[in-house]
Structures are given as structure tokens and as C-alpha cells.
Design a protein around this ligand. Structure first.
Ligand code: BG6
Ligand code: MG
Length: 215
């Protein structure tokens, strides 16, 4: 078989945490009178916490000191952790478990490729952790998406070449990262905001493993 492994982004692909990141950044922005929009939030998807703050400060046209930035990064994460504190398996997105089950039955290797430094805790809270053969998260990479590092490390950890991997992503930065790494990518979301993917679906309820084998 051509493909051996699937690499999954976490936030917005396996679990509905994208909304919590949005809420936490929106709350933080209000400290300097900035109201984050949905359109701007799209650009924050997939990128690291530090880069997200830099973008927000730029949009707000606010010159922050190092101390302010450190404090706000901490505050945003504390707020985010509070929002996800009661997370459980109910917040796994529709169709995800049955898709993972199909992959397992068909012998695919499964890895996580996420920018989040909170990935481990989310995988534990939701019980998703048991499905993964390798976990590459924000603590294991030095370059953020759209750099392909996170997916290249995922493929390497599974012992696969990039041609043998399919990436699942909800962020434009993630789609670009997969492409830069020479991998096939399935976008999760709307074709109105995502471009460059080999296929776009709105949810895992729309796809069977057999649907991507011909990509
Ligand atoms: C990505 C999210 O998965 O992780 C981004 O799409 C987020 O919105 C990034 O900023 C970093 O997450 P964390 O949990 O380390 O702040
Ligand atoms: Mg995502």
C-alpha cells in the first residue's frame, strides 16, 4: 500500500479546542482594547503561542515590553487551561473515533503533529492518547508551522517517508507545512478559508479510510 501513516493536528481536528484558544486570546486582547475577530483568529490557527501574541500585538498596534509579553503569554495559557479543565471524551469531534478505529484495523501508524504545548494533557483528558504511536507537540519542535518540522519529526518517529504519510489539518499554516514536507494533506474545514489541500472535508463523518487511498 502507498500510504502507511496518518499524522493528525490536534486543535480543531481531533478536538474542538480551537474555540477555547479563540476565547482566551479574545479575553487577553481586551486588556489593551483589542477585539480579536474571527477572520484574524483564522490566522492564529496552527501557529505557536508566542507567534500568536506577536501577531495580535501587531494588529492592535501595541508596543509591549518583554515583561508584558511574558505576563500575557502566561495569563493566556492559564485562562486556556481553565477553559479546558473539564474536558473529556465528549469533546472529541464527530467521526474521529470511528476513523481512528478504521485506521487501526487497517494497520496504519498514527502520530500527532501539533504546535500546542498542552497537547499531552488534552490527549489524556479525552482518552485519545491510547491511539497514538508517536506524539510530536510544541515542546518537541523549534520551528512553527508552516515549517514542516513537526510533520517531518512525526514521520521520522514512525519510521515512514513523507510520501507514505497523510496529514489532517484545519489550519492554513498546517496545510502549508504538510505540503512543504512533501506530504499529502486533507483539510478539515471550509474551502472558503483553506487552500492547497489535496482534499477538503468538513468533518470526519464525511470520510472513510478508503476515500483517501487514491489521493
Ligand atoms: C495550535 C493551535 O494547535 O497550538 C494554536 O491551533 C495555538 O491556536 C498553538 O496557539 C499553541 O498552543 P498552546 O496550547 O501551546 O498555547
Ligand atoms: Mg489545528
Amino acid at each position: 500500500m502507498k500510504y502507511k501513516a496518518c499524522l493528525f493536528d490536534l486543535d480543531g481536528v481531533l478536538v474542538d479546542t480551537a474555540i477555547y484558544h479563540f476565547q482566551a486570546w479574545k479575553t487577553l486582547g481586551r486588556q489593551f482594547d483589542f477585539e480579536l475577530s474571527h477572520e484574524q483568529n483564522e490566522e492564529l490557527k496552527g501557529i505557536s503561542r508566542v507567534e500568536s501574541l506577536e501577531k495580535i500585538l501587531q494588529w492592535a498596534n501595541y508596543q509591549a515590553t518583554h515583561e508584558q509579553k511574558d505576563r500575557w503569554l502566561k495569563e493566556k495559557n492559564e485562562n486556556y487551561l481553565a477553559l479546558i479543565s473539564n474536558m473529556n471524551s465528549n469533546e472529541i469531534l464527530p467521526g474521529v473515533i470511528s476513523f481512528l478505529q478504521q485506521l487501526k484495523e487497517q494497520g496504519f501508524l498514527i502520530a500527532l503533529g501539533s504546535a500546542s504545548k498542552n497537547a499531552q494533557i488534552i490527549l489524556e483528558k479525552t482518552g485519545l492518547i491510547t491511539w497514538f504511536h508517536a506524539i510530536i507537540d510544541g515542546n518537541k519542535v523549534s520551528k512553527s508551522k508552516p515549517d514542516p518540522e513537526v510533520f517531518q519529526k512525526g514521520a521520522e518517529a514512525l519510521g515512514c517517508s513523507s510520501e507514505e504519510c497523510i496529514v489532517f489539518e484545519d489550519a492554513q499554516a498546517g496545510i502549508d507545512a504538510a505540503k512543504a514536507g512533501g506530504m499529502k494533506v486533507i483539510g478539515i474545514g471550509s474551502p472558503l478559508v483553506l487552500s492547497g489541500a489535496d482534499k477538503i472535508i468538513s468533518s470526519f463523518t464525511e470520510i472513510q479510510v478508503s476515500d483517501f487511498l487514491t489521493l
